[in-house]
Design a protein around this ligand. Sequence first.
Ligand code: DGY
Length: 326
Amino acid sequence: MSKPKVFVTRRILEPAMKMVLESCQVDLWPDEIPPSHEIILKRVRGVNGLLCLLTDRVDAAVMDAAGPGLKVVSNCAVGVDNVDVPAATARGIPVGNTPGVLTDATADFTFALLMAAARRVVEGERQVRSGGWKSWGLDYMLGADFAGATLGLVGFGRIGRAVARRAAGFGMRIIFSDPNPAAPEPGVDAAQVDFDTLLRESDFISLHTPLNDETRGLMNAAAFAKMKPTSVLVNTSRGPVVDQSALYDALHSKRIFAAALDVTVPEPLPTDSPLLTLDNCIVVPHIASASWQTRQKMSRMAAENLIAGLKGEHLPNCVNLEVYKK
Ligand code: DGY
C-alpha cells in the first residue's frame, strides 16, 4: 500500500522528522524562510496531511486546494490562530496542536522577560558595550522589585498558571483575569479580578491569552491609560493582542515603565520599527518555547498528530473534537 502524501512546511526536530519520513511520502519545504501562501496552495494539492508551523496561514483556500483527500492538519504549536479551525471543522478535518509540553519553557522565558524589562538588563548591557557606563551610581539604572509587587496575568490557562507558580516563589501577589479560568494550582494564591482592576492594580502584566476576536488589540491606548506609570508589560502570547502603536506611545511618554515582547506584528519585526528606538522596550524573536527539549517534544507531538490523522485515528491532541461527533 502506498504511503500517504504530506506537505511539511519546515523540517521538524529529530526523531520526529524521521517518524514522518518513515510513514509518509513527504514533500518537505527545505528553507528556513516559510513558504508563502501561494506556495502552500500549490504544494498541498492532493496531499492527505499537512504539517505546518505557526508562520503558515492555513485557511479554507489551502484546505480546498488540498482537496477531499486531506485528512489532517497538524500545527506544530499550541496556538492555532494561523489555522482556520472552523473551516477545518466544516470539512471534517481534525486540527492538531502541541499543548502542555511548552508550558514550562514559556513560563520560564516569561520570567526572563519580566526580570530583564524590570531590571533593565538589555539596556544595561547596551550601555556597557557602547561605553555609556561611567560609574556605579546610587540612582543609575534603577528598576522595579518583584517581592511584594502585584503580577497581573491576562489569561489563566496552563501557561498563566505556570507563571503564577514561579511568581509565588518570588513573593508576588498574583491576580488574573480570564473569562474561563482553570483552577489555580494548590498552594498558589491567585485572585480573579476584572480586566480593569488588573490594569489598575498590577505592577507587572503578563499576557497569556489566545488570539481571538475578544483579545485582538486588547492592550490598547485605553488599557495603557489605566496602568501604573511604574508598570511593566510582557507579551509571550500573540503579537496582535497588543496595539503596537499605542504601546510605543505609552513607552515613549513614560505612561508605563517598560515592556518586553516575544511576539510582534509582523514577525519578524522590521528593523525600522519605532519600538526598536526605545530603551525601555525589549523585543526578542518569538523564542519563548525555544529550548532543545521543548522543541523536540513539540515536534514529536506534531508528528504523532499527523500520523494518527492519516491512519484515521483520533489525534492525541485535537483542537476541534467536534469533527469526531459527526
Ligand atoms: C506556540 O506554540 O503557540 C508558541 O507560540 C510557540 O512558541
